[in-house]
Design a protein around this ligand. Structure first.
Ligand code: XIL
Length: 319
């Protein structure tokens, strides 16, 4: 049995993967990506981001997203949708204009409206806002923050609720919030504030981009999920990967990586409110890590030759 089969038996809703467009011509890749016994859920790594979906103002393009969503429909895999609002991978037309607040609010609403409708039958969840906080818990000064103010976050959630079906879960998603720290506490405050003022929010996505030697413990991950459970928030591990800080890796580093993967999945399995785990791609050659963190890598469950690593077996043995 594959990881999704085992995860479901263990009580999770799915085990999933991000899928990137650049390797869709590789049939070895696609046959694993859309193998429902390994992955019951997919997330387009890039195809739903603003630069691809609204390359010109009011001009929408779903091609890249559909390249992943269509085979997922066929394979009966669930889709998590990522992401309506994020400060990077924005189209140039947004960055290069001095918008007034009403203009940018209207751009935000129109974007969410069109994209929500295009994928209305596909998304079990939407990452409505991605990475809005700094490490110290202050707001990241994105173009949305600068022009609209911190209300851009609640506006995005209100628009998302207005244009998605009721059953679509609306998530706030971020990295380095997998332990109780200043950033995750800021997210908890955002949730409490939303609840007091009846602004819709259903879940918190823990990206879980980890590094060997620095990954959070099982207990730390359990504690933060409990903190969100006390606020009635569903959680998911939305972008799990565990990168090597230096290459080449030793066998010992491979085992440490396997333990970090296992502890993350185990924490999600054991936490009351964690519904599933998504790895941020399963194949090293398409991982975002080497491009973003030069010198680091080998972060995925399958190696360059499509062999499953120790980490895969540590997860499957634990589940
Ligand atoms: C990454 C993609 O995987 C890359 O292909 C792209 O070049 C940059 O973005 N956090 C997120 C994801 O929320 O959207 C990012 O995805 C990885 C970090």
């Amino acid at each position: 049995p594959g990881l999704d089969v085992l995860a479901k038996r263990a009580g999770l809703q799915y085990f999933g993967t991000a899928i990137d467009n650049v390797v869709l011509n590789n049939t070895q890749y696609t046959s694993i990506a859309h193998n429902k016994s390994e992955f019951g859920q997919v997330t387009p790594s890039n195809g739903m981001k603003w630069m691809f979906t609204e390359p010109e103002r009011g001009v929408f393009n779903w091609t890249a997203a559909l390249e992943i969503v269509k085979p997922a429909r066929k394979a009966r895999q669930l889709t998590r949708c990522h992401a309506f609002v994020w400060h990077t991978q924005l189209p140039a037309w947004i960055d290069h204009t001095n918008w007034t607040k009403p203009e940018l609010v209207s751009i935000l609403e129109n974007h969410i409206k069109n994209e929500a409708r295009a994928f209305k039958d596909d998304c079990i969840a939407w990452d409505v806002v991605n990475e809005a906080f700094n490490e110290d818990g202050t707001y990241r000064e994105t173009i949305f923050y600068k022009v609209i103010g911190k209300e851009y976050i609640e506006l995005a959630f209100k628009f998302a609720r207005k244009y998605t079906p009721r059953k679509t879960m609306l998530y706030y998603n971020d990295y380095n919030i997998e332990t109780v720290n200043n950033k995750s506490l800021a997210v908890a405050e955002l949730v409490k504030d939303f609840q007091r003022r009846r602004i819709p929010i259903d879940g918190v996505g823990l990206q879980a981009h980890y590094t060997v030697g620095r990954s959070p413990s099982y207990q730390q991950q359990m504690d933060v999920m409990k903190m969100f459970n006390d606020l009635k928030m569903e959680v998911a591990m939305t972008e799990l990967d565990v990168r090597q800080p230096t290459l080449p890796e030793t066998q010992e580093m491979r085992i440490q990586q396997a333990e970090a993967y296992r502890d993350a999945v185990k924490a999600c399995r054991d936490a009351k409110n964690c519904i599933g785990v998504t790895v941020w791609d399963f194949w090293d050659p398409v991982s975002w890590v080497p491009y973003t963190f030069p010198g680091q890598g080998n972060a995925c469950l399958w190696d360059d030759n499509f062999n499953k690593k120790e980490a895969y077996y540590y997860i499957s043995d634990m589940l």
